[in-house]
Design a protein around this ligand. Structure first.
Ligand SMILES: [Zn+2]
Ligand SMILES: [Zn+2]
Length: 281
């Protein structure tokens, strides 16, 4: 009898220990999993921002009326300076065009820290060889000659986001910079996935107040462009530097709405809390 009770007790203890172990393991897994999920959520909300952003349109097919020294090849490349980093967003169609215009605009390509390639088309990636791609971090959408392919939203420095690529085709990423006390400035390449989709994707991270780049609306009707402008306004966008493949229809509508940043190749734009987004020259 005594032996049997002891055996029963031992079995009960073993069973209890096992149940306890399983319970603790499940709790740990659930808590750990939740912790991981909350980390993901935190990384997609703006933790920080920069004091100011200066942007120079180095390559664009929109001609400058005041600076005829620049080449106006079909394509896009924007030099972006923030307090501790120099970024090149897209590279235009060829190394020669990029080098030529950069030199005339006082942009030193050897100082670029980060290149972002929006999408694989030649008018955006063709100038990459003007940079030493071995020593520069080149982020890009799938299909681009990047050394760091972007599949998900990436915060490369506080307030600087390379956004999850959307499918146009092709896959296209955009660059979002959160300016302290102002909001987001969004750089777009060709907007193949649709500018409204891109902005909807970006506002999950920070309010987008200014958009600069190609809107891919050169063939769009006036009605379509009006509807797009309304949607962008509803999303909080205030100013748009519509260049490259945007087309005159949307530029005219934006001008009437007092939303157009009337920029072109060679334009220099400043964005800060104090001054908002304005064109220097
Ligand atoms: Zn394109
Ligand atoms: Zn393009």
């Amino acid at each position: 009898m005594v032996n049997e009770t002891n055996v029963n007790l031992v079995i009960m203890v073993i069973v209890l220990v096992l149940i306890g172990f399983i319970f603790i393991s499940i709790s740990y897994f659930v808590l750990h999993h939740r912790f991981e999920q909350s980390q993901v959520t935190v990384s997609t909300s703006p933790r920080g921002g920069v004091g100011w952003v200066e942007a120079v349109v180095v390559v664009d097919n929109t001609p400058s009326l005041s600076n005829s020294n620049l080449l106006t090849a079909w394509g896009l490349s924007i030099y972006i300076r923030i307090p501790d980093m120099e970024i090149l967003f897209d590279t235009g169609p060829s190394p020669n065009v990029l080098r030529y215009n950069a030199e005339r605009l006082g942009v030193n390509l050897s100082r670029i820290d980060v290149v972002v390639l929006s999408h694989e088309h030649g008018d955006h990636v063709g100038g990459l060889q003007a940079l030493n791609a071995n020593s520069v971090a080149v982020y890009g959408a799938p299909g681009t000659p990047a050394n760091r392919v972007v599949n998900n939203t990436l915060e490369i420095s506080p307030g600087i986001y390379i956004l999850k690529p959307l499918y146009g085709p092709p896959w296209e990423t955009s660059l979002l910079i959160n300016v302290n006390g102002y909001g987001g400035i969004l750089f777009v390449g060709c907007s193949h996935p649709g500018i409204v989709n891109i902005v909807q994707n970006a506002v999950k991270i920070a309010r987008v107040k200014t958009v600069i780049g190609g809107l891919h609306l050169a063939g769009a009707s006036e009605e379509e462009c009006i509807s797009i402008v309304e949607k962008l306004k509803a999303l909080g966008v205030e100013k748009i530097g519509a260049i490259h493949c945007s087309g005159d229809t949307i530029r005219n509508i934006l001008a009437k709405e007092n939303m157009l940043l009337n920029i072109h190749v060679g334009s220099r734009i400043m964005v800060s809390k104090e001054g908002g987004a304005f064109i220097i020259n």
